[in-house]
Design a protein around this ligand. Sequence first.
Ligand SMILES: Cc1cc2nc3c(=O)[nH]c(=O)nc-3n(C[C@H](O)[C@H](O)[C@H](O)COP(=O)(O)O)c2cc1C
Length: 153
Amino acid sequence: MRCLIIYKSVHHGNTEKIAEVMAEALNADIKKVEEVGKEEMQEYDIIGMGSGIFFGKHHRSLLEFVDSLPPMDEKRAFIFSTRGGTPTWLNHRALRKRLRKKGFRIIGEFSCKGYDTFGILKYIGGINKGRPDEKDMDKARKFARKISKIRGC
Ligand SMILES: Cc1cc2nc3c(=O)[nH]c(=O)nc-3n(C[C@H](O)[C@H](O)[C@H](O)COP(=O)(O)O)c2cc1C
């Protein structure tokens, strides 16, 4: 099984921490979204994609990357994110919809809180200070191990 993790982490590097932990647990290659060539996708059996959440969605670069892909014919994918506080069912909706439209089969989703200093939050020192923390990383590791056990991967 070959696995690739694609991520974008721009606010505080929160999602990068999660992406790295998952990559280690899955023995996956890991790349920032701008480093991935569309043709490379065919070399992998599972693709994980994640970023922080911005106005209720994944980072625009990730959404646009998925839009630019050719049909994926049931390739397995999982979604991850870090967030300030809005709910995951809402935050993952846009990426999930785009992945499905391209023919990906979604085999799991993971999200945890991340340090957030957007807008007026910076005047109070931000929210979710220290997140993702060790507990979050451990949950991410466990999630990745479950993904690696999926039959046929
Ligand atoms: C411009 C902006 C908009 C954001 N919008 C949301 C949002 O709608 N919902 C949410 O839960 N968090 C929101 N956040 C918080 C980020 O999703 C959170 O800090 C995330 O962990 C950032 O990940 P990163 O450090 O990997 O970029 C926003 C942050 C910024 C800077």
